[in-house]
Design a protein around this ligand. Structure first.
Ligand code: ZN
Length: 67
């Protein structure tokens, strides 16, 4: 599944969402303030190195998720 970064238009909170289809972002809400329709950030915002770092950290915290 593709991973997208979103930014809340109201509180500027940035969060990540896995989407199965592009239509799903119509129903997204900010996890901080529940504002609707966050802004999708441009792809390439995160570098591969940063993604790999996050994966490594998540494997340490939650290894069963990667089996
Ligand atoms: Zn918000």
């Amino acid at each position: 599944m593709p991973l997208y970064d979103y930014e809340c238009r109201k509180c500027s909170h940035v969060f990540e969402v896995f989407l199965k289809t592009s239509e799903e972002d119509e129903t997204l809400t900010c996890p901080e303030c529940q504002a609707e329709k966050p802004k999708r950030l441009v792809s390439g915002f995160r570098t591969n190195a940063w993604s790999q770092f996050l994966d490594t950290m998540e494997k340490r915290v939650n290894p069963q998720k990667f089996k």
